[in-house]
Design a protein around this ligand. Structure first.
Ligand code: GLY
Ligand code: MN
Ligand code: MN
Length: 379
């Protein structure tokens, strides 16, 4: 499996260390597995990282010792990794590892450490009357992940290329008389055949009235002549997620179906045309939304225009409506950001359409990572 080169990992450590300095923290306990993967290339299911100004300590258990040892001397070895093998409780070993920091300020990821674990750690670290060193943080590593580095962009380009090839090959699977579930199972098989590690989420096939459900679960419904069918699928390649949607017609689409599909297509084109460094992500959303509003379909588009892609299938930046209380960090999009552009129009009881592509922001604007026709195909 592809892994980030050691020098990219070193730069990521440096970026997070700079953020720690800025926040007056001496160390950060990283308990989010996607964040651990980003910092170390570790893709297993259990580990904790303690990153301080000089060291990177890595706690894992015996299941992963051989895999870590195998990276030694390789071009993707995590630099300076100090491994502790956990036998028994991770949190007992974490408390031991934090012993030297008890007069310091140690950040923890408040979104990724349960209250029960935090309470236990705080109680343990203060049992002898020492002050609690733990300080909540939010999004320190995620902040670094928002702009992809050159390695990540190259992996996402390759993943987008593969996903586009899958899209081209799945159209032949969609026919009147087949069930949504059968089509979804075949799409998943094509994802594996294309070399994806796994689907990035549960594949969506929504036909006829089910196309009105943005996150339709494939059902036993039999696809019929004249249906619009939403096909939304994604794959994980080299630990990075890509995500694509096409809406196709089975047989001859109605005039209304053509109109809805074309409105969504125009909305997506407007949003993509609006992308360039410095533009507000809320304005990119507004570009899609106003195109649909011009066709009288404002109410039919309930979800956001897009979401960031990377180690997780839904991450920052969020291309959404500006509303009270919405997170305003990273309002301006910047080079290296990777996100989806996926407007849709949904009419309960009738059906709907969505078109989704993935882009990376460059100095020139948006480079498409997924490339497959978005004309309404009649299958
Ligand atoms: N299928 C999930 C998404 O497009 O975000
Ligand atoms: Mn999708
Ligand atoms: Mn998506």
């Amino acid at each position: 499996m592809a892994s980030a080169p050691s020098d990219a990992l070193r730069r990521r450590h440096d970026n997070v260390r700079a953020a720690l300095t800025g926040a007056s923290l001496d160390a950060l306990v990283v308990t989010s597995l996607p964040n651990i993967l980003y910092l170390t290339n570790f893709a297993g299911s259990a580990a904790i990282v303690v990153l301080d100004r000089e060291r990177i300590r890595f706690l894992t258990d015996s299941r992963y010792v051989a895999a870590i040892a195998d990276t030694r001397g390789k071009p993707y070895e995590c630099p300076d990794l100090e491994m502790t093998v956990v036998a028994g409780s991770y949190d007992v070993r974490l408390a031991e590892a934090l012993g030297p920091y008890r007069a310091a300020r140690v950040g923890f990821e408040s979104a990724h450490l349960s209250v029960a674990r935090y309470n236990w750690l705080a109680r343990t670290l203060t049992a002898d009357g020492a002050p609690n060193p733990l300080a909540p943080t939010e999004g320190v590593v995620e902040e670094a992940r928002v702009r992809k580095d050159a390695y990540e962009v190259s992996v996402l380009r390759e993943a987008g290329h593969r996903l586009s090839a899958v899209a081209s090959s799945v159209y032949s699977l969609v026919r009147a008389g087949r069930s949504e579930r059968d089509v979804a199972a075949d799409i998943d098989w094509h994802l594996r055949r294309a070399g994806f590690q796994r689907p990035a989420f549960e594949t969506i096939v929504g036909s006829g009235p089910h196309a009105a459900l943005p996150h339709a679960r494939p059902s036993g419904r039999i696809i019929g002549e004249g249906d619009l069918v939403v096909l939304d699928f994604g794959g994980v390649h080299g630990s990075y997620c890509v995500d694509l949607t096409r809406t196709v017609a089975v047989g001859k689409p109605s005039d209304r179906a053509r109109q809805v599909h074309e409105a969504v297509r125009q909305a997506q084109a407007r949003a993509i045309a609006a992308i360039r460094p410095g533009v507000s992500r809320f304005d990119i959303d507004a570009a899609a939304r106003s195109a649909l509003a011009e066709q009288g379909m404002a109410e039919a588009f309930g979800h956001g225009t897009g979401h960031g892609l990377g180690i997780e299938v839904h991450e920052d930046p969020r291309v959404v409506q500006r509303r009270p209380g919405v997170d305003t960090r990273h309002e301006a999009v910047d080079t290296g950001m990777v996100f989806t552009v996926e407007p849709g129009a949904y009419f309960p009881g009738w059906g709907g359409a969505r078109i989704e592509d993935d882009v990376v922001v460059t100095d020139q604007g948006a480079e498409l990572l997924t490339m497959v026709t978005n004309e309404l195909l009649e299958l």
